[in-house]
Design a protein around this ligand. Sequence first.
Ligand code: TRH
Length: 358
Amino acid sequence: MPAMLLHWDIFCRVVDNYGDIGVCWRLARQLAREHGKAVRLWVDDLASLAPICPDCDASLPVQKVQGVEIRRWPEDFVTDRVAEVVIEAFACELPPSYVAAMAASTPKPRWINLEYLTAEPWAESCHGMASPHPTLPLVKHFFFPGFSPSTGGLLREIGLPLAAPQDQPETLEISLFCYDTAPVGSLLAALAANPHPVICHVPPGKPLAAVTAALGGHGPWQFGAARIMPTPFQPLDDYDALLRRCHINFVRGEDSFVRAQWAGRPFVWQIYPQDDAAHHVKLEAFLERYCAAMDNALASTVHSLFVAWNSGHDIAAFWPAFMAQNREIARHNTQWAGELAGQTDLTTALVNFAAAKV
Ligand code: TRH
């Protein structure tokens, strides 16, 4: 009989922004809700979890929310017990005392490093690779999310609604979640130049800073036919619903990027920038997969806009074609989401993977 592997510990260190904790929170609550696991989520910065999960009180060292035991991960971490499955999110480095306790326990826990998402082909060959600890009797395995069945897949909850086709709206709703390096001024100018009424929802932080830098003063702004609206940071599920409601979504990083794909609407992705420009390679790897089934004209429209958005270039030359082919892109995205949804979701894949590592 396969091992039950009831107890899971997830360790999450918040590097910056919300992606690390967004992914870990989704995973934790899905393990509890859909797989009946007893999950402890250890987070070094609970203040980053609170905005996406308002039921979380950042001042509490221990609390149970949506079936997950949320624990503050303090500097002076003391190990009480070791779980059967230990998820080290994004190579966050487990507390040394916890690793020592893992080495001393029998049987040894499954130790899995959950990696960042990439569409690059090497992720398929590295997915599942084992890395024996240099000195202790422990083996860590690498788990790569991804876009093909040879990877660990993507986070997707059971019953997640995929977007239904939309009629051409009178007012186009856009969500704008990006870094401050995006050419936001050129997007706003392009929206203002188009006679079609637009409402653009702008969350706080880098997106709002970029809009304020471009338009000056305080929002909301009326800029041509475009209404630019600051919006509060939404709880995670409300944000997902916003992505399903909007007609075009600008997303960034990892988690909102995946959610935009489930929403099935046309989207523009700003990848998390890396110092060595490695993100351009990652961007191209995604575009190669995502655009593969598009005809040449559509692929060129999407590719040009994504590259300009990620290079900080003026998007004026590319936006009109993207708008004109909006419906075709939406159709493609519905099909793309359907294909991806046919793969095993990341959480189920992780449960199966852990069970197989005896
Ligand atoms: O915040 P991000 O830029 O996170 C990034 C990336 O994950 C990147 O890969 C990582 O290396 C870096 O952090 C450290 O973008 P991302 O991944 O989209 O995460 C944002 C999260 O915030 C996501 O879970 C959605 C959530 N969110 C809300 O819950 N409400 C909101 O209103 C908004 C705008 C976002």
